[in-house]
Design a protein around this ligand. Structure first.
Ligand SMILES: C[S@@+](CC[C@H](N)C(=O)[O-])C[C@H]1O[C@@H](n2cnc3c(N)ncnc32)[C@H](O)[C@@H]1O
Length: 209
């Protein structure tokens, strides 16, 4: 049975666009760039033993986390069924095959990751997602998205209302004063060794419970 989704953005990612995204975004170069990307972030953390990715696609980020922290307990939330099937093939990942907007936090994880996904969420639902990221984290939240100081919408591969940039991390810091900014950096698409898709990452930490 095909689930009903409340936003156009969820339908977009659950459908054909989401299926086709998978083929465009994989390969050994992506894996290598992800290793460099996450080693830079993880060196600012301590004692990360579990992680969950919101919008994990086929698990390329989770594979990098597992390579860097071999016994890490991994989980993934993913709306696209084809991506979920690929995630299942990796083995050892607890999968929530559903929309982030329907996710109910269970056990908190040391690290909560969201990369290239907040930009694709209906902006009117961002508050809910911020709350979910916060409630699911024991300690760290990593946000890696397209930054813009003020909210803007830009066309996404010819589609409207599917890509939004803003200061997601700043909005989290405003919403949850006990979060502290541990580190942040830009990852450029023209990096000669380890390119990323012009992402700005922010590592946040809960300073109390
Ligand atoms: C641009 S891709 C990024 C994938 C991965 N995070 C990465 O960095 O390679 C966006 C992913 O988020 C998923 N996604 C988008 N909206 C979602 C939602 N509401 N709930 C769960 N997954 C979602 C898409 O299906 C897709 O796998």
């Amino acid at each position: 049975m095909v689930p009903e989704y409340g936003t156009e953005q969820e339908k977009f990612w659950a459908g054909t666009f989401g299926d086709e995204y998978i083929g465009r975004n994989q390969g050994k170069e992506v894996a290598a760039a992800n290793l460099a990307f996450f080693s830079r972030i993880l060196e600012r953390t301590q004692s990360v033993r579990s992680a969950i990715e919101f919008g994990a696609n086929i698990g390329l980020n989770l594979e990098a986390l597992r390579a860097l922290i071999p016994n890490i307990e991994l989980s993934a939330i993913e709306i696209n069924q084809k991506a979920v099937e690929e995630l299942g093939k990796l083995g050892g990942i607890k999968i929530y095959p559903q929309s982030i907007l329907d996710f109910q936090p269970d056990s908190p994880r040391d690290l909560v990751l969201i990369k290239g996904v907040l930009i694709h969420i209906d902006p009117t639902r961002l508050g809910q997602v911020y709350d979910l990221l916060y409630r699911t984290s024991n300690r760290y939240i990593c946000i890696a998205e397209y930054y813009n100081p003020s909210p803007v919408e830009v066309p996404y591969r010819g589609n409207r209302e599917k890509l939004f940039k803003r200061d997601f991390a700043g909005e989290m810091l405003d919403r949850f004063p006990i979060l502290r900014l541990v580190d942040y950096a830009f990852a450029y698409h023209r990096d000669v060794n380890f390119p990323q898709d012009d992402l700005t990452w922010f590592l946040l930490e809960k300073t109390a419970n």
